[in-house]
Design a protein around this ligand. Sequence first.
Ligand SMILES: [Mn+2]
Length: 371
Amino acid sequence: MPSHKRAHETAEDEPAAGDAEDRPPSGIVSELPTKEKLARLGQLVSGRRRALILTHDNPDPDSLAAALALAHLLEHRANLPCRIAYGGIVGRAENTAMIRVLHLPVLPATRVDFSQEDVLALVDTQPQAKNHSLPAGLTPDIVIDHHPARDGIEQVPFADVGHSGATCSILVEYLRAARMALSTEVATALFYGIKADTRDLGRQTFQVDIDSYLYLLPRVDKDALAQIEHPALPARYFRLYNLAIEKARVHQNAVEVDLGEIYSPDMVAEVAERMLSLEGMKWSLAYGSYQGQLFLSIRTRDRRMNAGRLIREICEDLGGSSGGHGSMAGARLPLHGTRDQRRRLKRSLVSRFLSEFGVHDRKGQKLLALG
Ligand SMILES: [Mn+2]
C-alpha cells in the first residue's frame, strides 16, 4: 500500500513524553512554532524516496512558488528528491513568464503516475477544495495552504492551513526557521507569489506576509521580476479584453461579464479583478467556458462579505468546486446539456449572485452605455 495512505503516522510514532492532551489533535500543525513544524515534517518524510508536490489546477504564482519552495526545503533539508506538478493549464502570460524566466521545473499532472509516488504534497489548496488534480481516494501526506481549513483536513498527516495572505509566506517562515540560503530563483518566485496574492500587500495581508516580503526583497532578481510582471501579451489577450469591455454589464454597484469561450481559465480572474476598478463598484463577477466547464471569478470591496463562502454556497450545490476567501474567489462547474440548458444555467447563476450581492436590477446596462 502506498505510504501516503497511512494517516497519523508521525503523531503516533512520537515518544509519549508529556501529556498527550497537550498536543494538537491529528496532523494539523497550524498553531505550532515553526521549528516544531519543521521537526514534524522531517519525521514524516524520513526514509521516503521521493515526493510529488501538486499545485492547484491552472496554478497561480502563489501556488507555483510555494511548490518550488517546498521542493527546495525537502531536497536540501531531508535529502528527498521532489517533482512539481500542476493540473489544468498555465494560461496567464505572467505565469508562463514566471516559469520561463525562473526556469521552474514543473510538469503537467497528466504525466504523473500517482500510484508510484512516495510522498504527496498539496500546496495552496486542500483535498476538499477539489480544485486540484489529486486522484479521488488519495490522501496527501502534506498540505500547506493559506485558505481556511476545509472538512477532512484532520485526515492529513501534516496540515498547515489558514493564517496568511499567501501560501508563500508560510514557506518563507519554514525556510527562515531552517536557516536555509535561498537561490535567487526561489526568492524571486516567493516574492512574486506574495505580491500577486496580496496585491502588493494591499489585500488580505497579515504580518507574516509583510515580514516575508521584506525578507525576500533584497534577494529578488529585479530584472527577472520585471520580465514576469510585464510580459509580452498575445493578440488574443487584447481580443478577449475588448470583448470583456463590450460585454460588461453594470447592475447598480455590481459589474458582470460573460466572456463566452475563453482561451485560458484564469482570464476570468483577471477580468473580474480589473472590472472591480470601475468607480462605484462593490462587486464584480466574470465567467466563461473552457473545455466543457464554466469558470467563474468574483471580487468584492465589501469587507463584511466573504467571497469564498458565497461562491462555495452557490457553486458547490451545482456540483462545482471552488476556492477563495474574503475578497476574491473562483469556481468551476461542469457544463452539460443543450445550448439552451447551458444558457439557462448561466442566467440562473448570475441571478443568484446578483441577489447575494444585494442587487435588484437584474437587467443592468452596458458598461459602454454608461454616461
Ligand atoms: Mn494563494
